[in-house]
Design a protein around this ligand. Structure first.
Ligand code: FAD
Length: 378
């Protein structure tokens, strides 16, 4: 599938490959660079290569790429192990996609311009007695509740929060972080290197105009955003798997103290072949799903690629987990030294099987779609 790319996308792949090899990998490896100047240089290089605006809508200055083009870019960047660099992609609209006045001017435009930062409040604490809820009174929505895992929540200017509005159902609500009653109860880091906040909302008064779309539309809007991110995870996963396999290929061909390269041993070869087979299957799946997603978008609702994306996210993120794990095994103890690229990758890819939907929960969704709702082509 990756081989049958249209000429324009093949050109994009080659351009991004050169960007990753010539500019981004050296920036990643430059230990003298502090995070802020590195980010600024990554952003400038990404803009010059036409990558930065791909995640941003056309009517707000971006180039709004389709699923296949974005998949090619993420896969290629990940295959050089640079996809995690901050500043590569412009802030996307997320759940504010298609937002109208006043949110379009007050929040969406500054978000895309990099003047405001957004976070996404979806996950409830395990012990929540009631999901975050709101009551409409005239022009005001009164919000109470908690969100337990808001990435970037402490630094965000506003939180796009899923709120169960009494009498209407779930809605996505833009809550400015500095509004009275919004509290960052705790901040914490996760092993992949990202930072999060546990946020509490106590009688927070939000203008009703901060409901994105209509009350009751919250879940489909949230799921659209989550679907895009799941496909992004899958594309990164298969690129990272390629990077690991390249690393292992070099390692098992290099001289070894035993007198012959590890790759001369049959047991190592079997494991190595399995890594390549699984990565090939996952990559084929990712490219097929990206094409299905583009076709569904062209056809418009009710066509979508929800089930294909779920299947692909589960498979690709599990495959990269196995590939990194096997890679560490074949490289040996040195791969576990703190700071080794495989050690760092092990921490990064582990989160992918939980964030944006835990694997088993997504499996249940796939089964439910078919068995209970009679839907779910894959
Ligand atoms: C790096 C990272 C970033 C994140 N960023 C955000 C963010 O910005 N905003 C946000 O809102 N959330 C965020 N999350 C939270 C994430 O969405 C949740 O962790 C994820 O959806 C799983 O929910 P949970 O942690 O509550 O686990 P639970 O739902 O409690 O599930 C725990 C485990 O129990 C099992 N399980 C659960 N339900 C079932 C079931 N019905 N049947 C069988 N097994 C089941 C599964 O094995 C599952 O992995 C982030 C998480 C990570 C790791």
């Amino acid at each position: 599938m990756p081989e049958q790319l249209p000429a324009s996308i093949a050109e994009l792949r080659d351009r991004v490959d050169a960007l990753a090899r010539e500019t981004l990998a050296p920036l990643r490896d430059d230990a003298t660079l502090a995070p802020a100047p590195r980010k600024a240089q990554v952003r400038a290089a990404s803009k010059a290569a036409g990558v930065f605006g791909m995640t941003q809508p056309k009517d707000l200055g971006g180039s709004e790429a389709g699923a296949l083009a974005l998949t090619v870019v993420r896969d290629t960047l990940a295959a050089h192990n640079v996809v995690h660099l901050s500043g590569l992609f412009g802030p996307g609209p997320g759940v504010l996609a298609g937002a109208t006045a006043p949110l379009r001017g007050s929040h969406l435009a500054p978000l895309l311009a990099g003047e405001k930062r957004a976070a996404f409040g979806f996950t409830e604490p395990e012990n929540a007695e009631r999901a975050t809820w709101g009551r409409l009174a005239g022009d005001t929505l009164l919000v109470n509740g908690q969100k337990s895992y808001v990435t970037g929540g402490a630094d965000a200017d506003f939180i796009n929060t899923l709120v169960d509005v009494e009498g209407h159902g779930p809605a996505l609500v833009v809550i400015d972080r500095r509004t009275r009653g919004v509290e960052v109860a705790q901040t914490f880091g996760s092993m992949d290197g990202t930072r999060h906040a546990h946020m509490v909302f106590r009688d927070v008064e939000v203008p009703a105009a901060h409901i994105v779309g209509k009350p009751g539309e919250g879940l489909p809007r949230a799921m659209r955003q989550i679907g895009d991110t799941r496909l992004a995870f899958a594309a990164e996963a298969v690129g990272l798997a390629r990077w690991v396999i390249g690393f292992v290929t070099d390692h098992i061909q290099a001289p070894h103290r035993s007198g012959q390269p590890l790759g001369a041993r049959e047991g190592v070869r079997l494991r190595y072949a399995d890594m390549r087979i699984r990565a090939y299957a996952a990559r084929s799946m990712v490219y097929r799903t990206a094409r299905v997603a583009d076709a569904a978008r062209r056809a418009g609702a009710p066509k979508n690629a929800v089930n294909e994306v779920i299947a692909t996210k589960v498979f690709a993120t599990e495959v990269v987990g196995e590939v990194v794990d096997w890679g560490i095994q074949l490289v040996g103890g040195v791969a576990l030294r703190v700071g080794h690229p495989l050690e760092a990758l092990h921490r990064r890819v582990r989160a992918m099987r939980i964030a944006e939907g835990a694997s088993d929960v997504l499996r249940l969704n796939l089964a439910r779609g078919k068995l209970d709702l009679g839907k779910g082509r894959i």
